[in-house]
Every structure is written in structure tokens, then in C-alpha cells.
Ligand binder design. Structure first.
Ligand SMILES: *[C@@H]1O[C@H](CO)[C@@H](O)[C@H](O)[C@H]1NC(C)=O
Ligand SMILES: *[C@@H]1O[C@H](CO)[C@@H](O)[C@H](O)[C@H]1NC(C)=O
Ligand SMILES: *[C@@H]1O[C@H](CO)[C@@H](O)[C@H](O)[C@H]1NC(C)=O
Ligand SMILES: *[C@@H]1O[C@H](CO)[C@@H](O)[C@H](O)[C@H]1NC(C)=O
Ligand SMILES: *[C@@H]1O[C@H](CO)[C@@H](O)[C@H](O)[C@H]1NC(C)=O
Ligand SMILES: *[C@@H]1O[C@H](CO)[C@@H](O)[C@H](O)[C@H]1NC(C)=O
Ligand SMILES: *[C@@H]1O[C@H](CO)[C@@H](O)[C@H](O)[C@H]1NC(C)=O
Ligand SMILES: *[C@@H]1O[C@H](CO)[C@@H](O)[C@H](O)[C@H]1NC(C)=O
Ligand SMILES: *[C@@H]1O[C@H](CO)[C@@H](O)[C@H](O)[C@H]1NC(C)=O
Ligand SMILES: *[C@@H]1O[C@H](CO)[C@@H](O)[C@H](O)[C@H]1NC(C)=O
Ligand SMILES: *[C@@H]1O[C@H](CO)[C@@H](O)[C@H](O)[C@H]1NC(C)=O
Length: 540
């Protein structure tokens, strides 16, 4: 409990002040902990209920966390080669829970993720985030042109190096190494988590991976390809964003009740036999402003389709129910820059290449080159398993940016490489999140919140854990910690949403369990479907 008598996750984790630590929050002391290629850029004492960050100049993460506990904040700049350097931010709370946490990034963002660091500091972790070695917004890949070393920093070196050094600083600051180390990231952050598990199997005891962009060499080309299906913007094949809403509604109409509950949440997109002809403008009953022409229906089929190159599977299409988020990669007069700028600046290194020149040969080319070694496809992760670590992977079924099944592909390939799903589930579990979009949010009032990466920041600048439910049942990070530290396997995670889905003060609307793949949540047909205990995880 805190001084107001409110139970907090920080208290649960036994955070206590470390004698003498705050006196070490100074340049003189901290500089002694740095290797030759690292420079202390900033060090500051942050008082209780304070704020810290770079604000607007951190163009990727301009929002500073607020309400921070008392802590020492620093920024370190590490030279990684003669043409590259990366920076990281580190929060060292006055009351320390004796643990270390690294948080991830998003898209191609180059910047320290202060907001996710803030959430980590609230639990009283020593919390690190790297800028990945460049300075850009999420959708800007122009920085990569002819910058092989910067690509490596983005690929894995900045995270690997920041975690390694931040752990050393943490140890020097508190006078003791962290008892346990964790990772939490979504999207690119999910990729970084899997990559770290592969390249630094001794870095973490627990890794929380959301909607990972792990298949860089295939996903970014797919993002270009799927964008092109819906272009040009004035073409007869183009489906406008307002029609995505119409399609989404028809998907719910046809697919919602397969799981036995009519709630607008599609939890079995995999077995819904969606008939898009019901949207055809050719039907006598068609609504002319809410129908699709034959060419648009072809575009729709292409969007959902898996991507094959010369008969070989390259990347999965998005699931039914992801339509509300399609605007992110299927609107505008070009494909998403996340897709074609990767091809242009990462793979081809050709400033004058245009997305109109895209063809399927990019897949084998990107796979062979994999600039920066971004792709996290080392499926045999037995080294981190043998260290006793645990991994939780989750992915929203309504993700419109990173197709949900890319995580299933990863999990199944990992299972194949390491003895099957049953073996894998001893230490690595995968949770689908019906109705959740990319990393956070829901368009259909689905329970989406479980304190995954980025989620607290989408509630407020001072939120952390699951407001009102700060326990290992409702908070994926606490669940992972309990698995690692106490051996309690994560058999279920309870996801929450509120009447206003991003405002816990509006009251709980629904809670429902998420289930480890291949099991699924099934309603008991009796209890209130908005209450978690009315559901259980079952295997088909
Ligand atoms: C932070 O406060 C401590 C005293 O608690 C002091 O020793 C230290 O010099 C301060 N650091 C900075 C950067 O002001
Ligand atoms: C914390 O700071 C905020 C402003 O950032 C202020 O509104 C609030 O009253 C402060 N809370 C306490 C307990 O001091
Ligand atoms: C990043 O770029 C912004 C805008 O160009 C600039 O204000 C900021 O200082 C840069 N940050 C770093 C760390 O170089
Ligand atoms: C970090 O250090 C490198 C190498 O000294 C330097 O080129 C770069 O400008 C520094 N970055 C910042 C943001 O100061
Ligand atoms: C779309 O716009 C381009 C360029 O303005 C034009 O050449 C083309 O005919 C237009 N296509 C349609 C289907 O209107
Ligand atoms: C698909 O919907 C169309 C239009 O309602 C209908 O004519 C057709 O029979 C349906 N196809 C299937 C396989 O149900
Ligand atoms: C036709 O579709 C439009 C756009 O979705 C909607 O506003 C309108 O109510 C529909 N008309 C009928 C008769 O259903
Ligand atoms: C496919 O694209 C690559 C890269 O732009 C180009 O080198 C190649 O000639 C293209 N192939 C065809 C058949 O157009
Ligand atoms: C597809 O296979 C054909 C025949 O082997 C080959 O010429 C072509 O380059 C392949 N295309 C791609 C994109 O791999
Ligand atoms: C690339 O990353 C993989 C892990 O995904 C690792 O096994 C491999 O050693 C790395 N290769 C290089 C050249 O860094
Ligand atoms: C482990 O179990 C102990 C005893 O029940 C509890 O106090 C502690 O909070 C648990 N640790 C975690 C990380 O859940």
C-alpha cells in the first residue's frame, strides 16, 4: 500500500530505498561507470510527482511521462562505429524493486521512448530505452540511405548495447545487480524483444513481446504490396476508408456469433467463412453508397490473401475484423512509408526508386540481404530457454498494421524448431487478443488492456499496470514476473476494457480471459459474458 492506503504494484514488488544511491546521481560518479565509447549527456534528479523527457525535440516520442516517483534520470550516448552512435535513457528510481526493465520502440522511430519508461519507473524498475541510433519519426526511413552501421544499430545493436551498459550502470548505482531483468515492447518493440532473446540470451529472465514486427524482410515488402492492391487512389479498384467501416460491419454481421456470443467481437476469424458478395453493388438490394463493385471486391480478396511469391508462402494477410485499422496502411496516394521506404532506403539504397517499381523479387532480395540484421528469424531459441527465461507473446486479432498471423507463423516455426507446441508452452506462450488493434485500442469495445507495452501511455502520461487491477491476473508484466520468479505458469490473462475504452475512471465495461494458443476462451453459456469468470480456456 502507498501512503494513501492504496495498493500498488510497486508495493507488491517490494520497492525500497537503497541507502546512498541518490548521492550517486551525479556526473562524477556515473561517468566512472561508462566505457570509453560512451558519454554521459545528461543527469538529473527528478522529484516525486515529477516529469522527465526530451519533449518536442524527441520527434518520435515527444510526450513526457508525468507523476513520476523520485528518481535519477540520465541520457548516455554510445559510439557504435566510426559512422554511428546511439543514445539511451535510464530511470533509476529512489525506491527500487531490485529489478531491471528494458522497453522497446515502434515503427522506424529513432528516439528514446520516455512514456513507456515512465510506466516502468512507476513499478520502480530501473528502466532503459534506446533511441535505436537515429533521430526520426516512426514512418520515416530516409535516414537509412547508405547507412549500413545505422541499420545495424536499428536492427539490434542499439538495444543490445543499451541493455548491457544500462545493467552495468544500474549495478554501480545501487551497489547490487538487478535480481531479475525483464523486457516489454510491442510492434518494433516486439521484434526487438525476440531479437534480444536470440542475440543476447543472457540479458533477460522474462520477455513480453507484443505484435512483433519480427519478419522485417518479408513484412515491409508485404506492406508495400498490400498498399499497391488498393492504388491508385482514383482507380476503380480503390476501396476508400469509409467503405472499410461498411466491410467491418458486415464482417461482424457474419462472423461475430461463431463464438456463441453476440457482442460485436470477432474471436474466430479463422473459421468464419466470410461471403463478401453480400457487399456487392450488383445485388438488387444494394445500397449504392455502401457497396463494392466487382473490381473492389477483387481488391478486398487481395488484401485478405496470404502473400505468395512463386508459389512459396511469404507473409500472411490480415485477419477478418482488422478492417477498422486498415486506414493505417491502405489510405492515401502511396503505400505506407513503413513498407516502401524500407525497400527504397534499407534494401535497395536507391533514393530515386519509386514504389510503382515494386515487384515480387524484393522478397528474395530482402531476405538474402536483411540489412541491419533486423529480421528476428532465429527460431531455435533454446539458449534463452536453457537459461530458464520465460516469454509471453500476444497479438491483437484486429491488428490492421501487422497481420496477426505473422505471430502465429513465428510461434509455430519456433515450436517446430524446439520440439512442438507442448514443449514450447513450458516457457513460451502465445495469446491472441480478440478485438484488439495494433498493440492497444479497440474499435469494438473488446477487452484490450492488460498492461502490455504502449498500453499505459494510451490511457494517460502517468498510468501504469492495470488501473484498479494491479495484480498478476490482469497485468501481463506482473504475470510474466510471477512465472519467472515464483514458477506460476501463465494459464490465462484477464483483459479489461472500460465504458470509455481509454478511461479507467469511466468504469469497467468488460473483462475476459485471454488464452494460451492453441486454447481459446469459451463462454459458459450461463454467466454474464462481460465477467471473466463466465469464460474458460478450452482446446478444440
Ligand atoms: C541529486 O541529488 C543528490 C542528493 O540527493 C546530489 O548528491 C546530486 O549531486 C544531485 N544530482 C544532480 C545531477 O543534481
Ligand atoms: C502532481 O503534479 C500534478 C501536476 O503535474 C499536480 O496537478 C498534482 O496535484 C500533483 N500531485 C501531488 C500529490 O502533489
Ligand atoms: C532530432 O531532431 C529534432 C528535429 O530535427 C531536433 O530538434 C533534435 O535536437 C534532434 N535530437 C537529437 C538527439 O539529435
Ligand atoms: C553522440 O556521439 C557521437 C560521437 O561522438 C556524435 O557524433 C553524436 O552527435 C552524439 N549525439 C548527440 C545527440 O549528441
Ligand atoms: C487517375 O488520375 C491520373 C492522373 O491524374 C489519370 O491519368 C487517370 O486517368 C485517373 N484514373 C481514373 C480511373 O480516373
Ligand atoms: C454469398 O452471398 C450472396 C449474396 O447474398 C449469395 O447470393 C450467395 O449464395 C452467398 N454465397 C454463399 C456461398 O453463401
Ligand atoms: C446506405 O449507406 C449509407 C452509408 O453507410 C448509410 O448512411 C445509409 O443509411 C444507408 N442507407 C440505407 C437505406 O440503408
Ligand atoms: C524488380 O525490381 C528490381 C528492383 O527494383 C529490379 O532490379 C528488377 O529489374 C525488377 N524486375 C522486373 C522483372 O521488373
Ligand atoms: C519465379 O520463378 C521464375 C522461374 O524460376 C524466376 O525466373 C523468377 O525470377 C522468380 N521470381 C521471383 C520473384 O522469385
Ligand atoms: C543476426 O541475428 C541473428 C539472430 O536473429 C543472429 O543469430 C546472427 O548471429 C546475427 N548475425 C550477425 C551477422 O550479426
Ligand atoms: C511470489 O510469491 C510471493 C509469496 O506469495 C509474493 O509475495 C510475491 O509477490 C510473488 N512474486 C511475484 C513476482 O509475483
Amino acid at each position: 500500500m502507498n501512503s494513501l492506503g492504496v495498493f500498488t504494484a510497486a508495493a507488491l514488488l517490494g520497492a525500497t530505498a537503497v541507502a546512498g544511491a541518490s548521492s550517486r546521481c551525479s556526473a562524477e560518479v556515473l561517468e566512472q561507470l561508462l566505457p570509453e565509447n560512451a558519454v554521459l549527456e545528461t543527469v538529473a534528479n527528478v522529484t516525486a510527482n515529477g516529469t522527465f523527457g526530451e519533449g518536442a525535440p524527441d520527434i518520435a516520442y515527444p510526450t513526457n511521462p508525468t507523476g513520476l516517483p523520485e528518481l535519477c534520470a540520465l541520457i548516455v550516448n554510445v559510439t557504435s562505429s566510426s559512422t554511428s552512435s546511439y543514445r539511451f535513457g535510464l530511470f533509476l528510481p529512489e525506491e527500487w524493486n531490485s529489478r531491471f526493465l528494458a522497453v522497446g520502440n515502434g515503427g522506424f522511430a529513432g528516439g528514446i521512448n520516455w512514456l513507456d519508461m515512465g510506466a516502468g519507473a512507476h513499478y520502480r524498475f530501473a528502466t532503459v530505452s534506446t533511441d535505436t541510433g537515429h533521430n526520426s519519426t516512426s514512418g520515416d526511413v530516409t535516414w537509412a540511405l547508405h547507412q549500413e552501421e545505422k541499420k545495424y544499430d536499428f536492427g539490434y545493436r542499439a538495444m543490445q548495447g543499451s541493455v548491457g551498459l544500462a545493467k552495468e550502470i544500474t549495478k554501480g548505482y545501487y551497489g547490487a545487480a538487478a535480481a531479475y531483468s525483464y523486457y516489454s515492447g510491442c510492434s518494433t518493440g516486439g521484434r526487438q524483444g525476440l531479437k534480444e532473446a536470440q542475440v543476447s540470451p543472457d540479458h533477460f529472465d522474462g520477455v513480453l513481446v507484443g505484435a512483433p514486427a519480427w519478419y522485417t524482410s518479408h513484412m515491409q515488402p508485404w506492406t508495400t504490396k498490400v498498399g499497391i492492391y488498393n492504388l491508385p487512389e482514383n482507380g476503380t479498384n480503390h476501396i476508400s476508408t469509409d467503405l472499410f467501416t461498411v466491410i467491418a460491419a458486415e464482417v461482424i454481421n457474419q462472423c461475430d456469433e461463431i463464438d456463441g456470443v453476440k457482442d460485436g467481437i470477432v474471436s474466430r476469424p479463422d473459421i468464419c467463412n466470410f461471403n463478401s458478395t453480400t457487399l456487392s453493388c450488383d445485388l438488387p438490394t444494394a445500397n449504392a453508397s455502401a457497396c463494392l463493385t466487382a473490381t473492389q471486391l477483387e481488391t478486398l480478396a487481395n488484401i485478405y490473401s496470404d502473400y505468395y511469391v512463386n508459389g512459396t508462402f511469404a507473409f500472411p494477410g490480415p485477419l477478418l475484423s482488422s478492417e477498422p485499422q486498415w486506414f493505417a496502411v491502405l489510405s492515401g496516394d502511396t503505400p505506407s512509408t513503413l513498407g516502401y521506404e524500407y525497400v527504397q532506403y534499407f534494401v535497395l539504397d536507391e533514393a530515386d526508386w519509386a514504389w510503382e517499381q515494386y515487384n515480387d523479387s524484393i522478397i528474395p532480395t530482402a531476405e538474402k540481404m536483411d540489412p541491419g540484421n533486423c529480421t528476428a528469424d532465429d527460431y531455435d531459441m533454446s539458449a534463452i530457454r536453457d537459461n530458464g527465461a520465460k516469454i509471453i507473446l500476444y497479438h491483437g486479432m484486429a491488428d490492421g498494421l501487422i497481420p496477426t498471423y505473422s505471430s502465429k507463423v513465428f510461434y509455430e516455426r519456433a515450436a517446430d524448431a524446439m520440439g512442438g507446441v507442448e514443449e514450447l508452452s513450458d516457457w513460451f506462450r502465445f495469446f491472441f487478443v480478440p478485438g484488439m488493434g495494433h498493440c492497444d485500442s479497440t474499435a469494438v469495445d473488446a477487452p484490450w488492456y492488460f498492461a502490455g507495452a504502449n498500453q499505459a501511455g494510451s490511457l494517460s502520461t502517468s498510468a501504469y499496470s492495470t488501473p484498479g487491477f494491479m495484480d498478476a491476473e490482469h497485468d501481463a508484466l506482473l504475470a510474466l514476473m510471477r512465472w519467472v520468479e515464483n514458477g506460476t505458469a501463465v494459464d490465462t490473462l484477464i483483459a479489461t476494457t472500460w465504458t470509455d475504452s481509454s478511461d479507467p475512471d469511466s468504469g469497467v465495461l468488460r473483462q475476459r480471459p485471454l488464452c494460451p494458443y492453441p486454447s481459446m476462451a469459451q463462454w459458459d453459456q450461463v454467466g454474464d459474458p462481460d465477467v471473466a469468470t463466465s469464460w474458460s480456456c478450452v482446446e478444440e
